[in-house]
Design a protein around this ligand. Structure first.
Ligand code: SAM
Length: 327
């Protein structure tokens, strides 16, 4: 295995795969209420095609794969894909980002297939507000998913909270208390302005402000996880078994340490979540391209990685919604 770096000397070892553009929720900051135009079955890569890309990427030094979407668990047979990826010897970390609604049903099979850990998106601990933010979900389903993930040892289970001023920022300390009472690993994420959502009305809460409010519970001390530290900065409250992370894509971007490529559900390689550039792998895959040809395309995507995004300058990300690209 050889490693690969981009034009800015960033080592690239992480592939995020969107397995479907479909989602069983309609979160206000992610999708319009009516949904977005959906891809057809034929548009979407088969699990075997995804695994072919992963095998080629693994030969270039990719050793971490995250499955996302859309909602990855709405695609039938996801454990089959996990098994195919787990069979690639040099992939040592397979993780899943999910809204947790269907997780209780699938956690055991996913674990047995080789999934290592999960991130669960959960923006509120209040059932009524959960229905309002997701437009159609039930909090108890996601909580059951989180419990199942703990039971099956899909650790560390990380809870991703997108913080929106006036919507859920009144719950910052409630989530922080979960790190004390239930050992949750909670990550607070700044809302990113992207096309196709209701961003106009949604306001970001800065991490400085989040910290100020959380520290009413005690001083936050820096902490490091054993796996999957990624772009978050982690802390602990005194005596907490769980941790608190902050992810600041807007106010303090972490592009300088970006180590990822993204594969969209319809087979495009994206050098950056927040830029529109894409390289098509589906057509070469379907005409039987060799591993070397795929590797050359992956190398091009790595070479095309931009230095950084421009959200902080007030330039929203353009192009396809997160549900298609794999947020
Ligand atoms: N359905 C899965 C889930 O809910 O985790 C995976 C896909 S979802 C697009 C991935 C993550 O992107 C979620 O944690 C979601 O909260 C986050 N997300 C979506 N739109 C966002 C935005 N505009 N700003 C920040 N995070 C966003």
């Amino acid at each position: 295995m050889t490693g690969i770096s981009d034009s800015f000397q960033r080592p690239i070892n992480y592939l995020r795969v969107s397995v479907t553009d479909r989602c069983n929720l309609r979160c206000v900051y992610c999708m319009p209420e009516e949904g977005v135009p959906l891809m057809t079955h034929a548009d979407i890569l088969s699990y075997e095609e995804i695994a072919t890309v992963v095998r080629a990427a693994a030969e270039m030094g990719i050793n971490k794969v995250r499955l996302t979407g859309g909602e990855p668990l709405v695609r039938a047979g996801l454990p089959d894909l996990v098994r195919l990826i787990a069979a690639v010897k040099t992939i040592d970390d397979i993780s899943l980002t999910t809204n947790g609604i269907l997780l209780a049903r699938h956690a055991r099979e996913l674990k047995e297939a080789g999934l290592r850990r999960v991130n669960v998106s959960l923006d509120t601990l209040e059932p009524e507000k959960f229905r309002r933010i997701t437009r159609c979900g039930e909090l108890e389903d996601t909580l059951a998913g989180i419990a199942a993930a703990h039971r099956e040892g899909l650790e560390p289970v990380k809870i991703n909270v997108v913080v929106l001023a006036g919507v859920n920022d009144d719950e910052l300390t409630d989530f922080a208390r979960k790190t004390l009472s239930d050992g949750w690993h909670v990550r607070f994420i700044e809302h990113m302005p992207v096309n196709g959502d209701d961003s106009g009305q949604l306001k970001l809460v800065s991490v400085a402000e989040m910290r100020r409010r959380i520290e009413t519970l005690g001083e936050l001390k820096p902490w490091k996880h054993d796996v999957g530290n990624g772009p978050a900065k982690y802390y602990r409250l005194p005596g907490a078994p769980g941790t608190i992370g902050f992810i600041t894509p807007v106010t303090e971007h972490f592009c300088y340490q970006c180590n990822r490529l993204r594969l969209t559900a319809d087979g495009k390689l994206r050098p950056c979540l927040l830029s529109e550039a894409e390289i098509d792998l589906r057509e070469p895959l379907r005409r039987g391209a060799s591993a070397d040809e795929l590797k050359a395309l992956i190398e091009k995507a790595v070479a095309d990685k931009p230095k950084s995004h421009h959200l902080a300058e007030g330039r929203p990300a353009k192009g396809r919604p997160f549900s298609q690209v794999g947020g």
